[in-house]
Design a protein around this ligand. Structure first.
Ligand code: AMP
Length: 292
């Protein structure tokens, strides 16, 4: 199809070519409209759609990008089996008023001899980075490429990926990227599990065990609400909650000054509690913000 743009009767335009994407965004901005960008890896759920809702509320034109970015997966991770369903994703975002979908192929995003990566510094090697050492350089690289290909006014990210929001904000500040980064709240299932495309990997039994993550975060929230300030005590009680369910392999529980990855020993201001755990073969992350 000409220019790689597919018009459908009811849904958004699906763009596959990088130059077409850039032209579409520049045309919108040149005509005085604001553009909101929502980068995703597809397999969309209400968490993603909440970002689109936020973008629609603030911007004239919304762009959702759908690209399973190979450079943010490590060896042995789930790049190949990551869920992909473009048709359903386009229908979902179309139903929520998205104007443009950017769904490039791997070859369109990365030249065969691609060699340039964004080094995110120490932020990339702690918490998630300890377990996924090349993850954030892949994230920062693809996000910067998407910001260049779809030079929007604002870009929307979920707090579900707390450290990712720090990486993106740092990159935008360090590299003078002219885009306003917005961070939206975590969307959860009715039973508390943070929505994630990877929840699809869970068996029914694992799905129940996975509730241990939000439950342990609730334990922490309640302790802080009741006046507990000592991180070691809170951590201990979270671990007790986790130990009640078998088969949860906690990778980290971190208490950090909100907006940073700096550990705290006492809750004395806005503090993010971030955790990662494997439930069977599936690696899940979750976090909460506590204030006192
Ligand atoms: P992903 O497709 O996993 O790369 O996620 C794309 C964007 O959606 C990221 O900014 C995520 O933080 C955000 N996101 C994913 N899950 C949720 C959720 N449960 N609540 C809010 N945002 C989310």
């Amino acid at each position: 199809m000409h220019g790689g743009t597919h018009e459908t009767l009811t849904g958004p335009s699906v763009i596959e070519r990088a130059h077409t994407m850039r032209e579409a965004v520049l045309a919108a901005r040149n005509s005085g409209r604001t553009v909101g960008l929502v980068p995703t890896m597809g397999a969309l759920h209400e968490g993603h759609l909440s970002l689109l809702d936020a973008a629609r509320a603030e911007c004239d034109v919304t762009v959702v990008t759908i690209f399973v970015n190979p450079t943010q997966f490590g060896p042995g991770e789930d790049f190949r089996r990551y869920p992909r369903d473009l048709e359903q994703d386009v229908a979902l975002v179309g139903g929520r008023g998205c104007d443009l979908v950017f769904a490039p192929s791997g070859d369109e995003m990365y030249r065969a001899d691609h060699a340039t990566f964004v080094d995110v510094g120490p932020l990339g090697s702690v918490l998630e980075g300890e377990f996924r050492p090349t993850h954030f350089r892949g994230v920062a690289t693809v996000v910067l490429k998407l910001f260049l290909l779809a030079p929007a006014d604002r870009a929307y990210f979920g707090r579900k990926d707390y450290q990712q929001t720090l990486v993106v904000r740092q990159m935008v500040a360090d590299l003078n990227v002219p885009i306003d980064v917005r961070v939206c709240p975590i969307v959860r299932e009715a039973d508390g599990l943070a929505m994630s495309s990877r929840n699809a990997y869970l068996s029914e039994a694992e799905r129940q065990r996975a509730l241990t993550l939000p439950r342990s975060l609730r334990v922490a929230e309640e302790l802080v609400a009741s006046g507990e300030r000592d991180v070691a005590n809170i951590r201990r009680q979270m671990q007790q909650e986790i130990d009640r369910a078998r088969g949860i392999d906690v990778q980290y529980i971190a208490f950090v000054k909100d907006g940073t990855v700096t550990p705290v020993e006492r809750i004395e201001g806005p503090t993010t509690i971030a955790m990662a755990a494997k439930v069977g073969a599936t690696r899940l992350i979750d976090n909460t913000l506590v204030v006192c």
